[in-house]
Design a protein around this ligand. Structure first.
Ligand SMILES: Cc1ncc(COP(=O)(O)O)c(C=O)c1O
Length: 360
């Protein structure tokens, strides 16, 4: 088999090796059923048990109470950008959006199609390199939407946004879900495409408070109403069975490795090492403000586009893949999600040191 390399991709991204090994076995036969995981009927006993275990582990790891429903949907986080205002924003109402990056803005642009939005903060004037210290909510918003980690710009909220008591807070946690402990009870809805911290692409985790499900617009196509998926335990139509299966293995892996507290400890160690190197480097500079730095996506530049390109090429040749930054920021981006090993961070630092010695 080809040796695995260090995959710094922003998503789909690296998964735990033990998870992939277990999945490899179950592709041919799920347990002793004689039928592979992708070949089981979603209504059959074997898959229903897989889905139930996935949900139970998701709840256990995240500390999700019975006040919330856990849904496994399709259409990516991008469909949630539309489903949220479709369900909860009427034409005469206003939703507050915290615009801290391109994905946050895309979410806001979908809401504008359906109602009014108030931009409670916007970091665009500095190319989203920071999380604003203050926000100004409209006061009467149908909901407040924010993006907990800005994948492209390498920034992350390290506090819960200051919203008025009783606000319905909705969070796109696509790129940092379960990277650290989370108090779900503060949220109306949390959603995340699986392909960074939870599993393969094609399944979207939605954690939604029960009262919100009921509040949703009833005059929508069936598939676009949360109540449809809630009533049918995410099986109104054929669910993304493999994605749910793999997500379950990832939850099990998180649980076995110290839960979310363990995940946070490892993520802080990895990001800490990388930022500590960047802070003393004379060549590489982090792009995000210190207090806003992401534990998941570390963005940095040399300030010279040719040198950046040369570094990415050198890294790729050395088996460090996916380091090219997003075109909106340029330079490099090291995505070091939950499953990314600390040995990969050390390899990157060693390579940067070597590159700096030769090119600094
Ligand atoms: C924060 C964030 N939100 C939304 C998306 C879009 O997700 P999807 O491709 O699952 O629609 C991404 C993708 O990278 C993301 O990073």
């Amino acid at each position: 088999m080809t040796e695995r390399i260090f995959n710094f991709s922003a998503g789909p991204a690296v998964l735990p090796l033990s998870v992939l090994e277990e999945a490899r076995e179950n592709l041919l036969s799920l347990g002793n059923t004689g039928i592979g995981i992708c070949e089981h009927s979603h209504r059959g006993k074997a898959f229903v048990a897989v889905a139930e275990e996935c949900e139970a582990l998701c709840r256990e790891v995240g500390g999700i109470s019975a006040d919330y429903k856990v849904l496994f949907l399709q259409g990516g986080a991008s469909l949630q950008f539309s489903m949220i205002p479709m369900n909860f924003l009427s034409a005469d109402a206003t939703a507050d959006y915290l615009v801290t990056g391109a994905w946050a803005q895309k979410a806001q642009e979908e809401a504008v199609r359906l109602g009014k939005t108030h931009i409670a903060c916007n970091s665009a004037e500095r190319n989203h390199c920071y999380i604003p210290k203050t926000i100004s909510c409209s006061g009467s918003a149908a909901y407040v939407h924010y993006t907990s980690n800005n994948t492209i710009f390498g920034t992350q909220w390290h506090r819960f946004p200051e919203v008025a008591a009783g606000s319905t807070v909705i969070c796109d946690a696509s790129s940092d879900i379960y990277c650290r402990p989370i108090d779900v009870s503060k949220y109306g809805l949390i959603y995340a495409g699986a392909q960074k911290n939870l599993g393969p692409s094609g399944v979207t985790l939605v954690i939604i408070r029960n009262d919100l499900i009921e509040r949703g617009n009833k005059n929508l196509p069936t598939m676009l109403q949360y109540r449809t998926h809630a009533k049918n335990d995410s099986m109104y139509n054929t669910p993304p069975t493999f994605g749910i299966y793999l997500m379950g293995l990832v939850f099990k892996w998180i649980k076995a490795n110290g839960g979310l507290a363990g995940a946070e400890q490892r993520n802080r160690a990895k990001a800490g090492r990388l930022y500590a190197y960047l802070d003393q480097s004379k060549l590489f500079k982090p792009t995000a403000d210190k207090d806003s730095r992401s534990l998941m996506n570390v963005t940095f530049v040399t300030g010279n586009n040719d040198l950046d390109a040369q570094f990415v090429k050198t890294a790729t040749a050395a088996g460090l893949d996916g380091l090219k930054g997003h075109r909106d920021v340029g330079g490099m981006r090291a995505s070091i999600y939950n499953a990314f090993p600390i040995e990969g961070v050390d390899a990157l630092i060693a390579l940067m040191k070597d590159f700096e010695a030769k090119n600094g």
